[in-house]
Ligand binder design. Structure first.
Ligand code: FAD
Length: 368
């Protein structure tokens, strides 16, 4: 029977390993890290409650804070999308990684940490008897080893934690859309508690700028500096997020999943919920390939059929925002507010699935 080699023990690789091992398949995971939580402070952990409940992850012990919504700042306009109940969680990414490691190991996966694979080693696995899964993140070696098409757009990020920050409401995230500091993306203030907050920034890779410089402009901006006046900066980290999907994610015995495939929401950079959903599709495709001889390349069609529409909508929204001027966005938000956008999004909004939001709206019209 074919075995499965997964390159990458990130959230998505470990979820793949758990899914495959639970189906009785042999799954071996390789990662260069010695400890799965290594580097977890480079990313944030804001995930929707609904997405987490569906994910199958053991996330409860990783919860740091609960969120009811967000304030989206566009120049002088602020759109408040705040529900009555908890909509999302801020998670400790290190703890979440450890929980996923336990889940995969308990299911029977063979996890080999401290094993970074070069392109030659990855190609050696292609022996006709192995399925190779690239779950190795935004700069995927598996994608390079087998000449997959490139990811065309990335967001460059920088984030840091502040102690003794001034937080007005710990259940709300603030998002700042301004071309002054966050070209092609946004800056954020995410509360961890009443006094600890994470500040972060993303900028498009299409401009020649370091994300740390953008972060300095962001934290120095009038609308943000009050939050961190007198606060202690704990640590800062740069990273990247892919914000476009690869044109092809399966070829022969090789597939790509998660950030390696570009399965992220281009609007927010969130990659965990869709990455996990696609990992489940991938596990099923591998199972059917090994047990019934179904073509593995159908994975590409399968995940796009289930999640392609949502990811395309996120990409379209991101493109729109990136292209229009700040003055235009300010006017647009003013009009949207006047038309009742705040109460609409607070009631029907879904931070993962725009198609689900449209379905809810449609159902509401039908019921009326
Ligand atoms: C600043 C920032 C904020 C974010 N905020 C959120 C958020 O709030 N919510 C959300 O859902 N998502 C968020 N994301 C995105 C999220 O972190 C990613 O989508 C997610 O971590 C992708 O998981 P992955 O397993 O696909 O890849 P990764 O987490 O990148 O894991 C890939 C693994 O592969 C290993 N690897 C790579 N190459 C090799 C090799 N050659 N050999 C062996 N091992 C290898 C790496 O060591 C790594 O462990 C954020 C990202 C950033 C940068």
């Amino acid at each position: 029977m074919k075995r499965v080699v997964i390159v990458g023990a990130g959230i998505i690789g470990l979820m793949m390993a758990k899914e495959l091992s639970s189906r009785g398949l042999e799954a071996i995971v390789y990662d260069g890290k010695k400890d799965v939580s290594e580097g977890s402070e480079k990313a944030s952990g804001i995930l929707s409650k609904r997405g987490l409940e569906l994910s199958g992850m053991d996330y409860k012990d990783s919860i740091v804070n609960t969120l009811r919504g967000a304030r989206l700042h566009f120049g002088r306009q602020t759109l408040k999308v705040i529900a009555k109940n908890v909509q999302a969680y801020v998670l400790d990414r290190g703890k979440l990684a450890e929980a996923n490691l336990r889940g995969a190991a308990e299911a029977g996966a063979d996890i080999r940490l401290g094993s970074r694979l070069d392109l030659e080693k990855i190609r050696d696995f292609d022996d006709g008897n192995t399925v190779i899964v690239g779950a190795d993140g935004a700069v995927s070696s598996v994608a390079r080893a087998f000449s997959f098409p490139q990811i065309k757009s990335f967001v460059l990020t920088y984030k840091a934690e502040y102690r003794n920050a001034r937080i007005s409401d710990r259940s709300v995230v603030d998002l700042y859309f301004s071309k002054r500091y966050a070209q092609g993306f946004f800056g954020w203030v995410a509360p961890y508690s009443d006094s600890v907050a994470e500040l972060g920034i993303g900028i498009t890779d299409k401009i020649k700028k370091h994300s740390m410089m953008a972060f300095d402009s962001f934290t120095g901006a009038d609308e943000v500096k009050e939050t961190i006046e007198g606060a202690e900066l704990i640590k800062g980290h740069a990273s990247i997020i892919p914000v476009s999907r690869r044109d092809k994610t399966a070829e022969g015995n090789v597939i790509l999943v998660g950030d390696a495939a570009g399965q992220t929401k281009a609007t927010t950079g969130g990659g965990i919920i869709f990455g996990i959903a696609c990992a489940k599709v991938a596990a099923r495709s591998i199972y059917l390939n090994i047990k019934e001889g179904r073509r593995l390349s159908l994975y590409d069609r399968d995940w796009r059929k289930s999640y392609g529409a949502d990811l395309r909508m996120h990409a379209a929204l991101h493109d729109y925002y990136s292209r229009v001027s700040e003055a235009h966005m300010e006017r647009f938000i003013g009009i949207a507010k006047a038309l009742g956008a705040e109460s609409f999004f607070s009631k029907y909004g879904d931070m993962d699935s725009p198609t689900l939001m449209l379905k809810r709206l449609f159902l509401r019209k039908l019921v009326k």
